[in-house]
Structure formats: C-alpha cells, structure tokens
Design a protein around this ligand. Structure first.
Ligand code: CP3
Length: 345
C-alpha cells in the first residue's frame, strides 16, 4: 500500500503537504550495512539476487526517511545482461572488454528481452512494491551516457572518441542511438509494468555536449523514450549533470520532471524549463559536508527559491558520495520536511 505519494504528486505538479526528498545513489558505500553486503556480493551479484537487492533498496528509505525508493541497479545492468561484455570496476566505473566503434560492432548489439535477460530486476521490483510504503523509482541510463561508455570502453574525461564517432560516422551513430533508445524505452516500460511508480532517465554525461550538438545528435532519439513512458501515464524524470545550458532542450523532450544540478539557481532554471514541468534538485552534494548552519542555509536557499510552487522534488544536484555521513543526510531530510514556505525557515 502506498502511504506516501508526495513524489508522484510533485512530479505531476500537484500540491503536497511538504516538499518530497530523495537522493540519487542513496544506497551505497556511505552505509556500513551496504559495505557489509558488498563483502559478500559484487555489485552485479546484488542486482541478480532479488531478496538482497530489495533489502539494499529499502535500507536508505528506512534510514533516511526519504520519500522515494530507487531500485538498486546500475545503468550497465541491461547492457551486461545483453552480453555486451561490461564490468563495473571498483573506483573506476564501467569497463567494456571490447569497445563499440564500427557499424558492424553496433549492428551486433542485440535487443533486450527483459523477462529473459533481467528477470531478477523485474522480480526485485515485485518484491519492493509489496514491501514499500513510498513510491519506487525505476531507472535507465540515457543513450548518450550509455554510448559514451560503450564507445570509449571506459570512463573518459574529454569524450574524444565518442564525440569523434558522433561527428564522423553518421550511420554508425544513428544505428547506435536508435538501438539504445529502443532498448531504454522498452526497459523503462518493463520496469513500470512490473510495478515502478515513476522512472528516471540518467543522462549524467550529456552536459559535455553543447546545445547545438545535443539537439542534432541526441534529442531526436529522446522522444521515443519519453513518448513510450508517457503512454504508461507514469512520470519520467530526466536528469543530467552540468546541463545548465541544455535545460530548455531537455524540457522540450517532454519529460515531466527536469533535473537541475547545483550550478544553476533553481528558480532561474525553473523559469527557463517552464512551469509546465516539475523540477528536481538542486543541493550541492558537497553542502552535505558543510557545518550544520551552512548546510541548513543552503537547503533553505533551494526551498526559498522554489517558493512552494507545486512541482519541486528536493534532491542533491548529483549522487551521494561514499564519504557522506548517514546523520548528515538524515539532517538534510529533516530540514526539507520541516521547512515552511510561509515562514521561510
Ligand atoms: O541511486 C541508487 O541508490 C541506485 C543505485 C545506482 C547505482 N548506479 C549503483 C552503484 C544508480 C542509480 C546508478 C546509476 C549509474 N551508474 C550512473 C548514473 C548516475 C550518476 O551517478 O550519474 C552511472 C554514470 C553509473 C556507472 C557507474 N557505476 C559508476 C560511474 C560507478 C562508480 C565506480 C566507483 O567504484 O566509484 C558505478 C558503481 C556503482 N553503481 C556503485 C553503486 C552503489 C558504487 C559502489 C559499489 O561498487 O558497490
């Protein structure tokens, strides 16, 4: 039974009694309990064991009193299950056995059949919707962010290889983006059909493109994802980092909620995104390490700027970090929940 649907109401820009909050990467190494599970299982093994995966998903919800759970998984989970040869290397990130760089490489990418290839993801979702009292968010990596890992073969600082391919090999790029956007659309709908109440599309690294490149090489493929999720009636959150210059274009894809990182003032960002969209963000993750009075002032600043307008989901501008303290994140949640827009504190 869903006792708390504030996140879903906010995503639809309906009024809420207080601003809902959750954190990207709210399950992770900052939790001793997570570290203990990781001593027994690799990241992917956690995902493959529904009972363990559900436990890891629920832990931060109980610990932090956040208003949503996010399925514990990774943006690489479907690609790995499709046999693309990717591993997540500790303190590095996703690494592919063999990068995807030619038309032939890209044509070899199979379709995702979620029921056959990631049955454990769907099973975990079913357990979670039975056990949770807050909404469950599903997620997927967006095509550009997935492509950046697939083409570079590993995390990159300059995106040289993937952008060179994008500029130089239009057929290869189009094939890759079509395949990935079809996969992501189907995967998000599969997660919704299994029970997820909303989904987030992580385009974490798309901010490395300028606006013209985003509109030419990425945006055309986003519509099929947004349209597929829209047809389910469930909200879609579209997130990226360092995307201040792309906010209007990301909103134009039709996503219900647009993520705003900490570099933008959320009031100005929302004005540009348009009040026909909800927004998510935008506390600087490093503010969690600040002295409590500074942290509180920064939380209040975000809330003051959104003025109690329906449609704000509080979050960090990016994910939780391994060095964070549970008690500090709990404090952020308390400040958000206790904030009174009329009083301004
Ligand atoms: O938010 C949640 O609690 C759900 C879990 C989640 C994970 N990955 C688990 C994970 C989510 C939403 C992701 C998404 C993800 N994965 C993104 C997009 C979000 C973002 O941060 O921008 C990206 C780019 C990845 C790829 C990835 N996976 C990276 C770069 C890393 C870090 C490598 C490292 O060791 O620092 C991972 C590993 C990963 N995925 C961890 C977790 C909790 C790290 C802890 C571990 O290895 O157990």
């Amino acid at each position: 039974m869903l006792m708390n649907d504030r996140i879903l109401r906010a995503a639809r820009r309906q009024p809420v009694d207080h601003v809902p909050v959750w954190f990207m990467r709210q399950a992770g190494r900052y939790q001793p309990e997570y570290r203990a599970v990781r001593e027994k299982y690799t990241l992917m093994e956690i995902c493959e064991h529904p009972e363990v995966c559900a436990e890891v998903t629920i832990l931060p919800v109980k610990q932090l009193n956040v208003d949503a759970a996010i399925l514990f998984s990774d943006i690489m989970t479907p690609l790995r299950a499709m046999g693309l040869g990717v591993d997540i290397v500790e303190n590095v990130g996703p690494v592919f056995d063999r990068p995807f760089r030619t038309l032939k490489d890209v044509q070899s990418i199979p379709q995702l059949n979620a029921a056959e290839m990631v049955p454990y993801v769907l099973e975990t979702i079913k357990i979670l919707v039975r056990e949770l009292e807050v909404p469950l968010l599903g997620f997927a990596g967006a095509p550009f962010t997935l492509a950046s890992y697939m083409v570079e073969g590993r995390p990159t600082k300059d995106y040289r290889i993937v952008k060179t391919l994008m500029y130089s090999e239009p057929e290869t790029w189009a094939t890759l983006m079509e395949k990935l956007s079809d996969m992501v659309a189907a995967y998000l709908v599969d997660q919704i059909n299994a029970g997820c109440h909303a989904v987030q599309l992580f385009d974490s690294w798309v901010g490395n493109l300028n606006r013209a490149d985003y509109e030419q090489y990425v945006q055309p493929y986003m519509y099929r994802i947004v349209d597929a999720v829209k047809a389910t009636g469930r909200p879609l959150i579209h997130f990226g980092v360092h995307t201040g210059h792309l906010l209007e274009s990301m909103a134009a894809t039709g996503a219900d909620v647009v993520g705003v990182d900490w570099k933008e003032e959320i009031d100005r960002a929302w004005e540009r995104i348009g009040y026909n969209h909800a927004v998510q963000g935008n506390l600087d993750p490093v503010a969690v390490f600040a002295p409590h009075d500074v942290m509180k002032a920064k939380v209040h600043d975000v809330l003051r700027r959104t003025e109690g307008r329906p449609g704000h989901i509080f979050n960090l501008g990016h994910g939780c970090m391994p060095q964070m303290k549970i008690s500090d994140l709990q404090r952020v949640v308390e400040y958000v929940h206790a904030y009174d827009h009329k009083e301004g504190n």
